[in-house]
Design a protein around this ligand. Structure first.
Ligand code: CA
Length: 372
């Protein structure tokens, strides 16, 4: 009898426990439903950029990133894009995002070489990595971790957010037949390429894209590089220069950056943080696809419609520029411990990926060219 009562007691207890659990579950479910029915809070961010508003590929690339964030967050995080000079001048976006005037920026790491020359490794290195190789280093070769360490003291989180592939060498009004033709040349060329030009006897100038046409037209500069046919056609450089040189030895695969204010990112719910970071990855991928698809049509327009003379830098000039580049990059590496670490990571990756690409990309491109 006593046993029976105990058994009954445990059954009742078990029933009550189950009922209790299921009641709790229902409550949680109701709670969740309640949350999702509540109108979500809309967060507004500003994105400042180094590009003219909606400039093809670059300005539109920044817009694309903002749209992706808006779309993926279902409108919970709305990012408004400001062109160069609308909120802050092009070359002040780093500081603006660092101090929180804007929550995000879109530019390139070599614009900030005045803060730390090592940043240039995270945009491009003369005779360095191509776009495909750069993505490999950043995402899977330790590059992005180093980049994030480099920007941490500025309260910024960088993410790769666009690449244009191998650029063109630039616009000139005189032929470059030997390295001495670069002497005395005042040329807009950013980053480490600029330092190489400096050592070759030229004067590098760091100007934002929107100022280049006027600078060429007024003779403030003798030559300029910008990006490649798709962008250079849009700026109309064919009206102010005779020769369009290739290849862009100085920018073989420049990574553009999204810079995100650390506190602004951390203040977001976890899912929105993931959306911001992953939208950068999408934008990075989509920009390269756009340039790959559009450059040749623009090049043909420059040649056939605007009668631009396309010229290849002579091998001797390229080989001298390479020797100077090696010195510039090595000196940069010896600046301090962190620079050395970045240099070693970049160089050892470059060596490995070059070895692999002998068997893959280069071997295939050679075979394809020979079959035509
Ligand atoms: Ca460029």
């Amino acid at each position: 009898m006593r046993q029976r009562i105990l058994k009954l007691g445990s059954l009742i207890l078990a029933f009550l426990l189950l009922a209790g659990l299921s009641a709790c579950g229902e409550k949680t479910a109701t709670g969740n439903q309640g949350t999702s029915n509540k109108p979500a809070e809309i967060i507004h961010w500003k994105m400042v950029t180094t590009w003219p508003k909606n400039f093809p590929g670059l300005g539109t690339g920044a817009e694309n990133l903002a749209n992706k964030i808006n779309e993926l967050s279902n409108g919970r995080l709305q990012v408004k894009v400001y062109g160069a000079g609308e909120l802050v001048p092009a070359l002040e976006i780093f500081d603006a995002v660092s101090r929180g005037t804007a929550q995000m920026g879109h530019g390139a790491a070599y614009y900030w070489k005045g803060k730390n020359p090592t940043f240039q490794f995270f945009s491009t290195v003369p005779f360095g990595l191509t776009a495909q190789e750069m993505n490999g280093w950043l995402y899977n070769g330790g590059g992005l971790e180093l980049w994030q360490q480099a920007y941490a003291k500025y309260n910024l989180i960088p993410m790769p957010a666009g690449n244009m592939g191998v650029q063109m060498g630039g616009w000139f009004n005189k032929e470059i037949n030997n390295i001495d033709d670069l002497k005395g040349l005042k040329m807009r060329i950013p980053g480490l390429g600029g330092e190489v030009l400096n050592r070759a006897g030229g004067t590098p100038v760091n100007l934002p894209g929107g100022e280049l046409f006027t600078a060429m037209q007024s003779g403030t500069i003798d030559a300029t590089e910008w990006v490649g046919p798709y962008n250079d056609l849009a700026f109309g450089f064919y009206k102010v220069a005779k020769y369009y040189y290739y290849p862009g030895w100085h920018e073989p695969g420049t990574a553009l950056e999204a810079i995100i204010n650390k506190e602004a990112l951390e203040a977001l719910p976890k899912d929105l943080q993931a959306i911001v970071l992953n939208a950068c990855k999408l934008a990075n991928h989509e920009m390269l696809a756009e340039y790959t698809a559009r450059n040749n049509d623009a090049l043909q327009t420059l040649i056939n419609k605007h009668h631009v003379q396309i010229k290849r830098f002579p091998n001797d000039v390229l080989s001298k520029l390479k020797t100077i580049s090696d010195d510039v990059v090595k000196e940069l590496a010896n600046k301090d411990e962190f620079s050395k670490k970045v240099y070693e990571s970049y160089s050892s990756y470059r060596q490995k990926v070059m070895a692999w690409h002998e068997y893959s990309e280069r071997a295939y491109l050679n075979v394809r060219a020979n079959q035509q």
